[in-house]
Design a protein around this ligand. Structure first.
Ligand code: ZN
Length: 320
């Protein structure tokens, strides 16, 4: 294999170190569950899977790219805040670099996933592109004019916490009310279903334990015509459309890709309901000018993007 690169996707409960070739294909992967969230324990586990990955390509890898959740200073590799791990200001890049004996570049996981989809996935060939990952929360990133948008302090593209229902929405994990993420993530879909439950006393959707209620099962029930699931789905699609319309107004992308559990589970059922709602809400910008499609790389987008970060020496290529 020519020029292998290693990208690490660090999640709250799992870490993957992927060996990625020059065409963006994962040729080998090393994984481990993360049980303890203590910083030293996580560093140890990440270093172990990276060492396995490096060993598999016989030391031809110089730089490691790591995608991690949270607010990250990509220049120093310091994780300022990570809700998944309850970390504040931990030197993840420096500590990993020390253990591994080679440079480690740490970047936000959603930025990595956006870079992955833009370079090798559904966004390939576009200059203005947005990735939204609809999972427990909403991960997002923006490519504008062909480059990942970082903003003044690296915080650009954090679309999940713009408020779309500031007075009547759900409480968000960030402390605000009615954030896009609170309303339109997979968790948001579950909350719409639970809110509507009293209106559907015979619904089988919440007849089991509420903990068993998942966004995929609600999407599936809606596709099967279940009245309760359809009512929740309609509210969900409306809220998703409001947020997407806002971001079309902010960045006028050519393509918005939807990833994460909700999009993967519902596919065309989601997109065919969403597109007319977005068109209806779009003002001042030509309707239908932005394509909305399913993301292509699934859960691999983050690791593939992190391998690009390693290959190009950072989230963006610095031009001389
Ligand atoms: Zn929020």
């Amino acid at each position: 294999m020519k020029n292998p690169s290693i990208g690490v996707d660090l999640g709250g409960s799992h870490v993957t170190a992927a060996v990625v070739d020059e065409s963006g294909t994962i040729v080998d992967r090393f994984e481990q569950d993360i049980v303890k969230h203590d910083f030293d324990d996580v560093v140890k586990i990440v270093a172990k899977v990276v060492e396995e990955a490096v060993g598999s390509v016989k030391g031809r890898v110089e730089v490691i790219g790591v995608g991690s959740p949270g607010g990250i200073d990509a220049a120093t590799g310091v994780v300022h805040y990570s809700p998944n791990f309850s970390w504040y200001d931990v030197p993840l890049g420096a500590r990993l670099s020390e253990r591994l004996g080679r440079p480690v570049i740490v970047a936000n996981d959603a930025s990595c996933a956006t870079l992955g989809e833009h370079t090798y996935g559904i966004g390939r060939g576009t200059r203005d592109f947005v990735l939204l990952t609809l999972g427990t929360g909403i991960g997002s990133g923006i490519v504008a004019g062909g480059e990942l948008l970082l903003g003044h302090a690296g915080g650009a593209g954090e679309l999940g916490h713009h408020q779309i229902r500031a007075t009547d929405g759900f409480a968000c994990t960030c402390g605000k009310i009615g954030c896009f993420e609170a309303q339109a993530s997979g968790t948001g879909l579950i909350r719409h279903a639970l809110t509507l439950a009293p209106s559907f006393p015979r619904s089988e959707l919440v007849s089991g334990k509420p903990a068993n209620l998942g966004s995929k099962s609600i999407g599936k029930a809606a596709q099967n015509g279940d009245a309760h699931a359809l009512a929740a789905w309609t509210r969900y699609v409306t809220d998703l459309a409001i947020g997407i319309t806002n971001l079309i107004g902010f960045v006028n992308p050519e393509l918005i890709a939807l990833g994460g559990g909700v999009a993967a589970g519902a596919g065309d059922f989601l997109i065919s309901a969403l597109v007319p709602r977005v068109d209806e809400l779009t003002r001042m910008i030509p309707r239908g000018g932005t394509r909305i499609e399913a993301a292509a790389l699934g859960n691999d987008a983050g690791a593939i993007g992190a391998s690009i970060v390693a290959r190009q020496g950072g989230l963006v290529v610095v031009k001389a």
